[in-house]
Structure formats: structure tokens, C-alpha cells
Ligand binder design. Structure first.
Ligand SMILES: Nc1ncnc2c1ncn2[C@@H]1O[C@H](COP(=O)(O)OP(=O)(O)OP(=O)(O)O)[C@@H](O)[C@H]1O
Ligand SMILES: [Mg+2]
Length: 424
């Protein structure tokens, strides 16, 4: 629906009498009742228009009919009519009409077909056509916007799932280490318990012999000797201090596992909309625990934490922000580097700075890093969504994110969140 012929419902076909004819004939022709102007054509070529009101004025004037009735219409017509070509688009037609119109709304325009007369169109219909077009464009824009919102939500979700997948692998690894040695220790304890059962049996046997009236000195001596041997073996294989550290190591391992589980729970609190008063230092610690597996092989982490006022935010989302920044920092380091996390507050904002001494970002790429899908990582390694999600979350929280980077020296991201959030 772009062409004037489709939209301008009032375009009238050429009629045989659309020639230069006298005013009386045109005025009397009832077929023009749809239009406010009448076309004046000669040999199929449009020459001008004359408006109904103009014709009326002429005829109503004193002796108008008598004086003007026999004169050619060319004497009264508007010689600069609005002319639209049939193949013009709605946009072109309306631009031409609106910039040349003399009598708003009441003026009509001539539609030409390859220079010849094709018909008349009315400005009111053109405006209606435009309005219809606008409404339908608006609808399709709204639909496109809805679709875009949906797919953005899906992307955010799938990025979350992807980072969740990575995290799960990392967390599984983190749990696996303490779990491994707790398991080993338990096996040792089980063996020791078996040996201890043997030792206990030997004690029982010795006491049994000592209590039995028929037992000889030699029997008792023999049993005593074998008990002694078992005791020595036990003490050698399971010395007391090593058994104690076996228990304390296992307890330490179990504590580590439960710490990871608590952090994981904090991290993935699915309280999307929930807004808590949160200590951002805790969020950083949470993100560090979850990302530990990725970070520990790449960098030493230095925590330079200040005392922070609580911030009203959604902790699960803010955790995601820090995890993304920390993961990016670790991934930007060749070999083994350093990540410094500094937290501080002023009267209005809490700032968290994540600084790495990695590769840095070339100045010409800095403007693109928040774009969705912008990545410099190989296919399969980066989706390029991390920072765009970070940006969205920080913006939703009424905060700001800034970056400073120098190639070869490193990069610092500073996330600033308002302490008091204006919720609307
Ligand atoms: N700390 C950093 N040091 C150097 N470059 C960085 C750093 N953080 C981000 N970048 C650059 O910005 C790009 C976009 O980062 P973003 O987190 O959006 O996506 P990604 O890390 O490539 O992929 P994803 O986060 O989806 O795994 C990265 O590919 C990288 O080039
Ligand atoms: Mg990333």
C-alpha cells in the first residue's frame, strides 16, 4: 500500500468531457460532486483546476452567468494546480501536496498518468490514506518492538543459562576437590575401624583367657604377644596425630562444600524482582566464589574492600554483573596476572572497580564493547552478550558503568550504583 493509486480511493478515471469546456458545462455536470475542484484538461493533458467555490462565486455574482458563461474556462482556472503522478509513492505525493497546498483540506489534486489526465484525488482522502498507513506502520512497529523485547528476554535468558552452565561446571569442580579428600579420609577411617575391630577382638580374647581358670600362662603370653603386635601395627599405620588431622581435614572440606553451596544459593537467588538492601562486598565475594575456577588459573585476586552502605538492588542480577566483569578480566589475561577489586562509597553511590592487567581494549573498539554480540573471542568461546547484559542491569538499577583501558597495560571497569534507588 504505497502507491497513490492504491491509497487515494477518490482518484476518478478520465472522462470524455474533461476538455477545455465552458464554465456552464462543468458547473452543470453532476458527476463532480465528490470533489471540491474541477480539472481542466486539453487533449488529455491537465492544464489546471477550478474550485467549486470559485465557479459558484462567478455564477452568484451579479450577471455572472451572463458575463462569464460564454468565456473559456481557461480565463478563470488555477494554472498552477497540484499535480501528482500516478506512480508516485504516498510519501512523495503527500510531501508535494503539503508543501504546495494553497487551500488546506479544500484543495484537490490532479493525478496524471504519464503526463496525461488520469483523475482527481482529494486532499482529505490523501490525509486519511496517510493516517491509515501510519496506523498500520505503527501497528507493525509495535509488533516488531514486542518481538524484539521477546527475543531480547530470550537472549538474556539464554546468556544466563550459558553462564549458569559454565558456573555449574566450575562449581562442580570446586566441590569435587574437598569432596575427593573427604571421601579418601572416610575410606581411611573405614580401614582403621576394621583394624580397630581386629585389635578389639584381640583384647577380648586376652581378657577371656585371663578370666578362664583353665588357661595356661603360655596361652596368655601368646595372646598378649599377638595383641602387642596388632597394637604396634595399628599405631604405625594410624598414628594418633594423623587420625586427628584426618578428622579436622574432613571437617574443613565439608565446611568448604557447605560454603560453596551457600554462595551458590545466594548467587542464584531467583528473586528476580526482589530488591534487597545489599552489601556489594558480599556480592563480589559471591561472584568470586562462583567464578573461582575460571579466575584462579589466570590471576591473583586482590580485594581492596571499603566499608559500604547497603544498596537497594536485586542481588542476583548484581552478582551476575560482577561475575561477567571478573570472567572478562580473567579471560583478558595472557599467562598469569592480577585482578584488583576495589570497593568504595561516596554520599550517593557505591563504586566497585574491577581492574586487570590484561591485554586491554584498543580505543577504536571501546565504543562497541557494550553492543550485543560484539566479541573478540573465537566462535564458541564468547557470545558477546556479557557486557550488554551488564550494561542493561546497571542501567535498570539507575547506575553507571565506566571503562578505562590501555592496550598492553590492562582495563578497569567501574560500576556505580545509587545507594537510594528511585523506584518508579
Ligand atoms: N577486561 C577486559 N579486557 C579486555 N577486553 C575486554 C574486557 N572486557 C571486555 N572486553 C572486550 O569486550 C568484548 C565484549 O565483552 P562481552 O563480555 O560483552 O562478551 P565476551 O566476553 O566476548 O563474550 P561472553 O561474555 O558472552 O562470553 C570482549 O570480547 C573483549 O574484546
Ligand atoms: Mg564476557
Amino acid at each position: 500500500m504505497n502507491n497513490i493509486s492504491e491509497l487515494c480511493v477518490s482518484v476518478e478515471p478520465l472522462r470524455p468531457h474533461h476538455k477545455v469546456i465552458d464554465v456552464g458545462d462543468i458547473f452543470l455536470d453532476p458527476r463532480y460532486n465528490r470533489f471540491l475542484s474541477l480539472p481542466v484538461v486539453q487533449d488529455g493533458i491537465p492544464l489546471g483546476t477550478i474550485s467549486r467555490s470559485h465557479v459558484q462565486q462567478i455564477f452568484m455574482a451579479r450577471f455572472g452567468r451572463e458575463l462569464a458563461g460564454n468565456k473559456p474556462i481557461s480565463q478563470f482556472m488555477n494554472i498552477t494546480p497540484l499535480i501528482i503522478s500516478l506512480d508516485q509513492s504516498m510519501a512523495e505525493a503527500s510531501q508535494h501536496v503539503t508543501s504546495n497546498i494553497v487551500f488546506p483540506i479544500t484543495e484537490d489534486f490532479i493525478v496524471t498518468d504519464g503526463g496525461g489526465y488520469h483523475g482527481m484525488g482529494s486532499v482529505i482522502d490523501l490525509i486519511r490514506g496517510l493516517e491509515r498507513q501510519l496506523v498500520s506502520q505503527n501497528q507493525s512497529l509495535e509488533q516488531a518492538y514486542e518481538k524484539l523485547k521477546d527475543s531480547q528476554a530470550q537472549l538474556v535468558q539464554s546468556e544466563k543459562m550459558a553462564s549458569l552452565g559454565q558456573m555449574v561446571a566450575g562449581v562442580a569442580h570446586e566441590i569435587n576437590t574437598p569432596l575427593g579428600y573427604v571421601q579418601n579420609n572416610m575410606e581411611l577411617v573405614r580401614d582403621a575401624y576394621g583394624k580397630w575391630g581386629e585389635l578389639n577382638g584381640a583384647y577380648d580374647a586376652l581378657f577371656g583367657l585371663m578370666e578362664s581358670p583353665g588357661a595356661s600362662e603360655a596361652d596368655i603370653g601368646e595372646q598378649f604377644a599377638s595383641l602387642q603386635q596388632l597394637r604396634e601395627e595399628f599405631a604405625e599405620v594410624y598414628p594418633r596425630d594423623s587420625m586427628e588431622s584426618l578428622f579436622s581435614d574432613s571437617l574443613y572440606g565439608l565446611r568448604q562444600i557447605s560454603e560453596i553451596v551457600v554462595n551458590l544459593k545466594n548467587f542464584s537467588r531467583l528473586d528476580q524482582a526482589a530488591v534487597d538492601n545489599v552489601d556489594l562486598n558480599e556480592c563480589v565475594i559471591s561472584a568470586l566464589t562462583i567464578g573461582k575456577n575460571v579466575i584462579k588459573h589466570k590471576a591473583e585476586v586482590v580485594r581492596d574492600f571499603g566499608t559500604l552502605p547497603r544498596v537497594s538492588c536485586s542481588p542476583s542480577q548484581i552478582n551476575q554483573v560482577f561475575l561477567n566483569l571478573l570472567t572478562n578480566a580473567a579471560q583478558a589475561i595472557d599467562g598469569f596476572g592480577k585482578i584488583v577489586i576495589r570497593t568504595l562509597a561516596d554520599a550517593q553511590y557505591v563504586h566497585v572497580v574491577v581492574r586487570d592487567n590484561g591485554r586491554g581494549i584498543p580505543p577504536e573498539l571501546l565504543a562497541r564493547i557494550y553492543d550485543p554480540f560484539f566479541t573478540t573471542k573465537p566462535i564458541g568461546e564468547g557470545t558477546g552478550l556479557g557486557l550488554s547484559i551488564v550494561f542493561g542491569i546497571v542501567k535498570d538499577h539507575g547506575g553507571q558503568i565506566q571503562v578505562k583501558s590501555e592496550v598492553g597495560k590492562g582495563t578497569a571497569f567501574c560500576v556505580s550504583l545509587p545507594i537510594k534507588r528511585n523506584l518508579n
